[in-house]
Design a protein around this ligand. Structure first.
Ligand SMILES: Cc1cc2nc3c(=O)[nH]c(=O)nc-3n(C[C@H](O)[C@H](O)[C@H](O)COP(=O)(O)OP(=O)(O)OC[C@H]3O[C@@H](n4cnc5c(N)ncnc54)[C@H](O)[C@@H]3O)c2cc1C
Length: 524
């Protein structure tokens, strides 16, 4: 037991040096003036023996804000982390399991449909353009992606966009660059050591972390970014995991890096998610390689069969030559019953992980770090209130992540394996999603279905996926009225016009990446 000296929150200690630890450290240090006389002190402890997980290569557009907030340069991201621009996801084979057959694919672009919220685009699409993919009628971005164009021009400043975008990058290199930035520019103290023991105050708060070579590191607030080990929240406090394996079955991933056949191979603009008999493969294009993986349910297929399918996917998509054995990663889909307990908050894998579909994990890290920074309690006395708000907000967000991911499986008509059939059984549907799916038989997902201010997935994302997967609301008295089609038509025309203009103005993704690597981007 240790004595508490005073009540102020002056020193934050972060355990773990993966993407979660460094993003959180950088944000807190930058926004709470670490290194200045009255600033917050931020220490990050990272084991020299346990490397970060090193996967997690797809981000949301929110990463642009996060990087801007911590003062990290986009040019550095492209040059040092092999980053490319991600404009959304392309799903193949999710509806009927025939990825090769034209038509069994749809897109979830990052840009909102033009006119979203102003008119009923779904009714207009069904009345007049139902023979074309929804996303291609309501958004210019699928056209940009299909043609392989970048979301910005050579002269567009860092983080500014012509079309909305996030990133694909090398996760290992990203961690290294974040560390260098946080230590060199943001005054984060970096301790390379193993934590073996947690020391407590007599009220149960964490007082200090005992390291092997640097002694006891005391702090006021502790952030657990120790990955799946969840050393503080899980092991020390015993906060359990709320499993969602009965809703989302995937629990294993195989990851592989695949070189391009030629230096000028086009770089894909989207994460390509191809459905497999018991899971799906991701395919991510970086500057000089692809990141490819297979995430699957070990209850529905063997590891050998999953590896065979991954390699078949790689060969079918241009991967050739000797390939290394894929790396296997097991995970328990779910999240901790609470993320904040006493003076300890879990961020990243230590708080939970569902599966990589739609790449929500780093987005939740960003949201967690931003919330902690925005709501940083000044004293221990305020902490319980902030803890309650945080836990409430993130319990809601984890549930919405599960709803949205499950939507991709629940609407599939694949009938070829138990895996896909089981995904449609009522017992495997979250209740809220089951209710919404009933409502969406007669109307499209819309804003009031997702009413919180910072929803993880907006109604527009639900529309892209639901209508992409073939959910076509039955017309009702309101939606069959021709005035809705008339009202939507100008937006569809403007979208088509914008797509043509963008194709004329935007460079190819590889040209832009090569240009940035050679010349950089103008600072914003
Ligand atoms: C297969 C797969 C694919 C994914 N794809 C995506 C994606 O496309 N997009 C996305 O957003 N996310 C993705 N994720 C999630 C993403 O990888 C993580 O959210 C992200 O990397 C953050 O990890 P982390 O920092 O929480 O943990 P880790 O990277 O595991 O870091 C843990 C850190 O804790 C340290 N540590 C642990 N114990 C101790 C100790 N006792 N003492 C000292 N240090 C300790 C380790 O040294 C390490 O530095 C994916 C995850 C998986 C499994």
């Amino acid at each position: 037991m240790m004595m508490r000296v005073n009540d102020d929150v002056r020193h934050v200690v972060i355990l773990g040096g993966g993407s979660a630890g460094w993003l959180t450290a950088a944000l807190l240090a930058r926004e709470h003036h670490a290194g200045e006389p009255d600033g917050l002190a931020v220490t990050l402890i990272e084991s020299p023996n346990t490397p970060p997980i090193g996967v997690g290569e797809g981000t949301w557009p929110s990463m642009r804000d996060t990087l801007r907030r911590i003062g990290f340069s986009e040019t550095t991201l492209v040059r040092e982390c092999d980053a490319s621009f991600k404009q959304g996801s392309l799903f193949r084979g999710w509806m009927r399991g025939r990825a090769a057959v034209e038509g069994d694919q749809y897109r979830h672009p990052f840009t909102l449909p033009m006119g979203f919220g102003d008119v009923d685009l779904v009714a207009g699409w069904l009345q007049r353009h139902g023979d074309r993919p929804f996303a291609e009628v309501v958004s210019a971005q699928p056209h940009v992606c299909m043609a392989g164009h970048a979301p910005k021009q050579f002269a567009t400043p860092e983080f500014a966009a012509v079309a909305n975008y996030g990133y694909h990058f090398d996760a290992g290199k990203f961690g290294v660059q974040l560390r260098e930035h946080a230590v060199a520019h943001l005054h984060v103290r970096h301790v390379l050591d193993d934590v073996d023991q947690v020391l407590s105050h007599d009220d149960g708060d964490i007082a200090a972390l005992r390291t092997r070579r640097h002694g006891d590191i005391a702090g006021d607030l502790f952030i657990d970014c120790s990955g799946m080990a969840s050393v503080l929240l899980g092991q020390h406090y015993g906060v359990g995991v709320r499993s969602c394996k009965h809703l989302l079955f995937n629990d294993t991933a195989l990851a592989l890096q695949v070189p391009y056949p030629a230096a000028d191979t086009p770089i894909a603009c989207e994460t390509i998610a191809t459905a497999q008999p018991a899971g799906w493969t991701w395919d991510i294009g970086l500057h000089d390689r692809r990141g490819v993986g297979h995430v699957y349910s070990s209850a529905h297929t063997s590891h050998e069969e999953a590896e065979r399918q991954l390699l078949a996917h790689v060969r079918a998509t241009g991967g050739s030559g000797e390939l290394p054995a894929p790396r296997r990663i097991a995970f328990e889909p779910g999240w901790r019953e609470r993320s904040w307990h006493r003076n300890c908050i879990a961020v990243g894998l230590s708080a939970g992980f569902v599966e990589p579909l739609e790449a929500s994990a780093l987005a939740l890290v960003e949201l967690s770090a931003a919330t902690i920074s925005d709501e940083m309690p000044a004293t221990r006395a305020e902490m319980a209130l902030v803890e309650k708000r945080f836990n409430d907000a993130f319990a809601y967000r984890w549930e919405r992540v599960v709803d949205f991911l499950k939507l991709h499986y629940a609407l599939s008509r694949r009938d070829d394996t138990d895996y896909w059939r089981a995904h449609r059984e009522r017992a495997t549907l979250p209740d809220r999603l089951a209710d919404l799916l009933t409502l969406w038989r007669h109307r499209a997902p819309y804003r009031q279905d997702f009413f919180r201010i910072e929803e993880v997935f907006p109604a527009a994302s639900y529309q892209y996926v639901a209508h992409g997967m073939g959910l076509l609301p039955e017309p009702s008295a309101r939606t069959r009225h021709p005035s809705l089609g008339e009202a939507a038509e100008p937006y569809f025309r403007e979208t088509a016009h914008l797509a043509r203009r963008m194709l004329g103005a935007l460079p190819l993704q590889r040209s832009l990446i090569d240009h940035i690597r050679a010349h950089g981007l103008p600072r914003g």
